[in-house]
Ligand binder design. Structure first.
Ligand SMILES: Cc1cc2nc3c(=O)[nH]c(=O)nc-3n(C[C@H](O)[C@H](O)[C@H](O)COP(=O)(O)OP(=O)(O)OC[C@H]3O[C@@H](n4cnc5c(N)ncnc54)[C@H](O)[C@@H]3O)c2cc1C
Length: 259
């Protein structure tokens, strides 16, 4: 089985961030790291590949400036190889044009299963994975909290507000995973050393048979028209426990639909 994992490389969320004053999009310069959301997808791909035996896990990423740091982290976790699409013509890409580019790159890997995160953690839309599935003509299952593969099908426990649905579909297919689907491993020293020599193919827009007018700002249909600061976090509520504090906790969790 060929498993492809989509890996978004993002600026370190712990470092100060800035928006481009003209495009109002996040400035992505310098080292980019593996998005935490995608560490779950990588781990899921590795575990499924391990169970079947002899499977190949290929990472696919689109990122500026030939950036590979996040991909190397995922290779160090155990993925076999990676494909990076990087090209100046991709600047200003929206989610759909990102999907068009990565669909072309992913076709080359002939995947049986494509894994992505439900949403990324930087400038996220949560729309990229389903657009990708549509462009590839594949079924997709979103919000997976458990994934099993067997005999040409994928079975997913799909998180809902009320609990979860069990959904099954034939392979090839795309699945988006939630945080908590599995516990991502830390790359070992041996893994980090091995990652340095794993195959990492770098592709341009032309390599994918696309024209510069179909991608980047030229091919995008979305535009960021305004940006405003998020509301400040409100101070927490202090509850005096006079023996009935647990009732408040239960009511609070019920409101959040956690119980
Ligand atoms: C109007 C607009 C303008 C933009 N301009 C720029 C820009 O100038 N420069 C720039 O760098 N970005 C830009 N972006 C963001 C970039 O194109 C995103 O990669 C794209 O929007 C999809 O990411 P997302 O976070 O919205 O996807 P989501 O749907 O939130 O992501 C879910 C999952 O999809 C996968 N995924 C998403 N993006 C990638 C990727 N690039 N590579 C591999 N897997 C991926 C990952 O598994 C991710 O966790 C722009 C986005 C918009 C909407």
């Amino acid at each position: 089985m060929n498993v492809v994992v989509c890996v978004k490389q993002i600026p370190d969320p712990a470092a100060p961030q800035a928006l481009d004053p003209e495009t109002r999009t996040l400035i992505r310069q310098g080292k980019l790291i593996l998005d935490d959301s995608d560490a779950y997808g990588v781990e899921m791909g590795l575990q499924l590949a391990n169970q079947a035996g002899g499977d190949v896990v290929t990472l696919v990423s689109m990122a500026p400036n030939g950036e590979t740091s996040g991909l190397r982290t995922a290779l160090a976790m155990g993925a076999d190889k990676a494909i990076l699409v990087s090209d100046d013509a991709l600047r200003g890409s929206d989610a759909l044009s990102t999907a068009k580019v990565l669909a072309k790159a992913i076709e080359r890997a002939e995947p049986d299963l494509i894994i992505a995160a439900t949403e990324s953690t930087d400038g996220y839309t949560g729309t990229f994975p389903v657009q990708l599935a549509e462009l590839l003509g594949l079924p997709s299952i979103t919000f997976a909290k458990k994934v099993t593969v067997g005999d040409g099908t994928v079975v997913v426990d799909r998180q809902t507000e009320a609990g979860y649905d069990e959904v099954e579909c034939p392979l090839p297919a795309l699945v988006t995973v939630t945080a908590g689907v599995v516990e991502p491993r830390y790359p070992s020293f041996k893994g980090i050393m091995a990652a340095k020599s794993k195959p990492l193919e770098q592709l341009t827009v032309a390599d994918l048979g696309l024209d510069a007018s179909q991608v980047g700002a030229a091919g995008s249909r979305q535009e960021v028209t305004d940006v405003s600061a998020a509301d400040e976090r409100k101070a927490g509520e202090i509850v005096q426990d006079e023996g009935d504090g647990y009732e408040y906790v239960v009511r609070f969790l019920e409101q959040l639909k956690l119980i």
